[in-house]
Design a protein around this ligand. Structure first.
Ligand SMILES: *Cc1c(COP(=O)(O)O)cnc(C)c1O
Length: 431
C-alpha cells in the first residue's frame, strides 16, 4: 500500500524522520503550525496535475470544472471568514501575494513606507536584498524604545516622505495595530494602505485582534501561520473600489476596480498556473477556521502567548514591548549575556525549535542577533495550555542558563519528549 516507501525509500525515510521530529520536538517557531490530516489529503490530491490559469469560469485551459469548484469554495469561504468583498486565493506564498500588491500599486522607483525590518518588518517590505527594496524606494517607520509603534511618529514620517503606499504588518511585532489611525494618515498623504497580516491572520479571523479589512485598501496574508492552512498566500479587499490610477478595461473603457488590478497582477502579472491542490487545501482550512473550535483554539493561542511572556518576565528576561497581544513573543537576551544565534543552537540541541531574531535597536548583525522569537500557534494545536507553556519556558530557561552542561541538556531532552508524548500529534507518515 505504501508506494512511496517501496519506490523511493530515501525520500520516504526523510519524511518519516521529519514526522518524528515534529511529533517529538517543541515547535516554537512563530510562523509555523500543524495542519489537519484533511488539509494534507487535499494537498496530496490529483489536483496537482491540473493547469488552471485564469479564474473560475474564465480559464485558459479545458477540464477545469472541478478546479473551479475547489477555487470557488476557497474564495467563498475566505470571504465569509474575513467578511470581505473580494479575495484571490492563488498566490503561491505570502511573498508572491505581496509582489502582486507592488505590481498593481507602484511603478519602479516609487516611494512606499513600511515597518523597519530591524524592528520586526518583513523582507518583502523593503529589504535592500528583496525586489521590494531593489525596485522601489523603501522608507521606514519603526518602534519606540518601549517596543511600541507611535502613530504620531508614523504620521510625521509619512508627511516627510509622501509615500504612494503605506504598509502595515510584521514578522516579529507582538502588538496589535491601530488601523484606523493608519488609514487617517494614508488619507492625509494620499497613499494606499496595505496590511500584511501573514502572522496574525488566524487571530483576526477569530475576532481576537483589531480587524484591518474595514480600513486597509488591500490586505495580504499567508495561509499557513496562525490560519493553520497549507503553505500559501492570499489577497483580500474589504470594500472594493475604483483603482485610483484610472486604469481602464481594454474593451469597455470602464475604470477597473482595485480587485481587477490585483487579479491581473497575480495572473498573468506575477504567476503562471495556480496550485490547484493547494487551493483545495486552503478551502478545507478556511472551512475549519469558520468553526467555533477554531475560535477556541485561537483564544488559547493568545492566552498561551500571554502566559509565555509572563513566565519569561518572572524569570528575569526582557520581553520586547513588555508582553504580547498576539501569538508571538520576542525575547531580548542581552541582559542574559547570550545571543540569538547561541540560544537558537543550544535550544536546538535540546529539541526546542525557535529562531534567532533581531530586536529593536539591536547592536548585533542579523546572523548573530540579540533575540529569539517564539510563537504558540503550533504547540497550541497539539493541545498545550498555560501550565504546559510554563513548563516549556522553564526548560528554555534551564538550557539558556547552562548551555554547555550535557547533563542539563540530557534532562531537558527527556522532559521535552514526555511533554510532547502527552499531546500526540501525527499517527501517520503519509496522509
Ligand atoms: C511570513 C511572512 C511573509 C511571507 O510569506 P512566505 O509564504 O514565506 O512567502 C510575508 N509577510 C510577512 C509579514 C510574513 O510574516
Amino acid at each position: 500500500m505504501n508506494h512511496l516507501a517501496s519506490q523511493d525509500p530515501r525520500i520516504f525515510a526523510a519524511i518519516e524522520r521529519e514526522v518524528d521530529r515534529q511529533n517529538h520536538g517543541l515547535e516554537l517557531i512563530a510562523s509555523e503550525n500543524f495542519v489537519s490530516r484533511s488539509v494534507m489529503q487535499a494537498m496530496g490530491s490529483v489536483f496537482t496535475n491540473k493547469y488552471a490559469e485564469g479564474l473560475p469560469g474564465r480559464r485558459y485551459y479545458g477540464g477545469c470544472e472541478f478546479a473551479d469548484t475547489a477555487e470557488d469554495l476557497a474564495r467563498e469561504r475566505a470571504k465569509r471568514l474575513f467578511k470581505c468583498d473580494w479575495v484571490n486565493v492563488q498566490p503561491h506564498s505570502g511573498a508572491s501575494a505581496n509582489a502582486a500588491v507592488y505590481l498593481s500599486c507602484l511603478n519602479p522607483g516609487d516611494t512606499f513606507l513600511g515597518l523597519d525590518l530591524a524592528h520586526g518588518g518583513h523582507l518583502t517590505h523593503g529589504s535592500p536584498v528583496n525586489f521590494s527594496g531593489i525596485w522601489f524606494k523603501a522608507t521606514y517607520y519603526g518602534v519606540e524604545q518601549d517596543g511600541h509603534i507611535d502613530m504620531n511618529r508614523v504620521r510625521e514620517k509619512a508627511k516627510a516622505v509622501r509615500p504612494k503606499l503605506i504598509s502595515i504588518g510584521a514578522s516579529a511585532y507582538s502588538r496589535d495595530f491601530d488601523y484606523e489611525a493608519f488609514r487617517a494618515i494614508a488619507d492625509e498623504v494620499g497613499a494606499l494602505l496595505w496590511m500584511d497580516m501573514a502572522h496574525p491572520a488566524g487571530l483576526i479571523a477569530a475576532g481576537l485582534l483589531n480587524d484591518p479589512l474595514p480600513y486597509a485598501h488591500i490586505v495580504t496574508t499567508t495561509t499557513h501561520k496562525t490560519l493553520r492552512g497549507p503553505r500559501g498566500g492570499m489577497i483580500l479587499v474589504g470594500r472594493d473600489f475604483e483603482n485610483p490610477f484610472g486604469k481602464v478595461a481594454r474593451k469597455s473603457g470602464r475604470v477597473r476596480n482595485m480587485s481587477e488590478l490585483l487579479d491581473s497582477a497575480v495572473f498573468p502579472g506575477m504567476q503562471g498556473g495556480p496550485l490547484v491542490h493547494v487551493i483545495a487545501a486552503k478551502a478545507v482550512a478556511f472551512e475549519e477556521a469558520l468553526q467555533p473550535e477554531f475560535v477556541a483554539y485561537s483564544r488559547q493561542v493568545q492566552r498561551n502567548a500571554a502566559a509565555m511572556a509572563n513566565v519569561f518576565l518572572s524569570r528575569g528576561y526582557d520581553v520586547v514591548s513588555g508582553g504580547t497581544d498576539n501569538h508571538l513573543v520576542l525575547v531580548d537576551l542581552r541582559s542574559k549575556n547570550t545571543t540569538g544565534r547561541d540560544a537558537e543552537r543550544a535550544l536546538q540541541a535540546a529539541h526546542i525549535t525557535v529562531n534567532k531574531n533581531m530586536v529593536p535597536f539591536d547592536d548585533k548583525s542579523p546572523f548573530v542577533t540579540s533575540g529569539i522569537r517564539l510563537g504558540t500557534a503550533a504547540v497550541t494545536t497539539r493541545g498545550f495550555k498555560e501550565a504546559d507553556i510554563e513548563r516549556t519556558v522553564a526548560l528554555i530557561d534551564n538550557v539558556l542558563s547552562m548551555p554547555n552542561d550535557e547533563s542539563v541538556l540530557h534532562q531537558v531532552r527527556k522532559d521535552v519528549y514526555s511533554l510532547c508524548t502527552a499531546y500526540p500529534l501525527y499517527d501517520f507518515v503519509i496522509a
